[in-house]
Design a protein around this ligand. Sequence first.
Ligand SMILES: Cc1cc2nc3c(=O)[nH]c(=O)nc-3n(C[C@H](O)[C@H](O)[C@H](O)COP(=O)(O)OP(=O)(O)OC[C@H]3O[C@@H](n4cnc5c(N)ncnc54)[C@H](O)[C@@H]3O)c2cc1C
Length: 418
Amino acid sequence: MMMIGQGSGTSHDTAIVGAGLAGLAAARSLAAAGQSVKLLEALDFPGGRTRSSALAPGQREVDWGAEWLIPTLHRRMMALAREFDFELEEEDGATVWDVPGLREVARLKDLQALYPNFSAGMSAVQHWFDTPPAEDERNVSIGTLLRRLIPDQVARDLLEVAIYPLTGADPGEVSAAMLRGEIALHGGGLEGTFAPPSARLARTCGGLARALAESLPTGLLETGIRVARIVVEPDGTATAHAAGRSWRARHILLAVPVAALHHIAFDPPITTVGPDTSGRANAGEDVKIWAEIDGPPPPEHLSKRSPLRLAYSWVQDGTTLLCAHALARDIAGHDPATLLAKAFPGNPARRLGLQDWRAEPGFGASWMSARAGHDPAADFAPSFGPIRVIGGDVAPEWVGWMEGALASADAAVAELMS
Ligand SMILES: Cc1cc2nc3c(=O)[nH]c(=O)nc-3n(C[C@H](O)[C@H](O)[C@H](O)COP(=O)(O)OP(=O)(O)OC[C@H]3O[C@@H](n4cnc5c(N)ncnc54)[C@H](O)[C@@H]3O)c2cc1C
């Protein structure tokens, strides 16, 4: 263990800023390896975009951010779930496909048989994926790509709604390279990408993050500390500053969302970190609405007719919950209760809650959906002297997912311990 500097602040081998899954996992591994570690979190609680809470006292919690994992593919998440004894609940069933000109209740496979133009669109996107990427692909949006590949408007709309759960963003803004990356992660096939064998954690992802936080050595995590400035010192160490306090360390892991990086001042400045780069790199603007509803649980909905683009229900201890996702821009100024009543007239809501991650300065966007023209992993993941950006947004694999946050933490820990 190394102790450096004297000054007014404390000194550590590694200071980590941000106690989401990436910061928590990195802190635990580094502390277990004998390092002196400090984990600083702006909010009063850890977990970041795995926040969970109940809609009403006494009810089980719901996830306001990350919710789904793919047990066959997410080995780090599965290992954590097993370690803390978190059970999985698997999801399966038909989807209501609702776009102008077509409303069909079907599984993805059946929809292809029912609507040949959709099947042709799937083949066109598969062919695009199977051929080497065009040079400008990073600058092309998914919306532009679909217009190039698929002449039929209804088929294009169906593809768009199938892609929404992967992006949580306007298809006109997300990079086509992001879609290519997602298809590759899911094994290279469109069916596995758009209808993966997903599961949620019955005790929520937020619950898992809390369990991870509770497993840390006492005093390692400090909450309510919003780091405002990071200074690289002449001796190559770095100091994180927050409200009159400071933490000096050989290394600083910045485990904060890319869209929140520009709220921290760097001395000397990091050229890629500014409102137009870090602040806009993530096009994700998914808003999540959870409601306790009456009536029979509706099946999954993918819609282009309603601003509620994705919706699914969950029966928990006899209570039926509905989760709806929308783009922040689509529902700005609308009453969420009215939107739900219009989309699900047979399911009156007793109570509801809404989470808009884009509106919180410590997040600035939902999950990572690289904006066309941006490459967050290339722009932000390299080390800047003693500072390294980590997290789900810049992960070496599973970018945008919880699995990516853990993979990024693993990569940073391996580098620091080598
Ligand atoms: C609506 C939504 C749905 C999602 N669905 C899924 C899903 O189904 N499956 C999946 O795998 N992933 C999903 N994700 C993505 C997943 O939540 C993230 O990829 C993952 O949780 C990122 O973890 P992280 O540790 O990198 O960052 P975060 O969880 O964002 O943690 C960053 C932390 O940094 C803190 N912070 C910010 N600024 C400062 C500062 N200046 N000083 C100190 N602390 C600071 C924040 O408060 C936060 O706690 C979803 C995300 C959202 C928003």
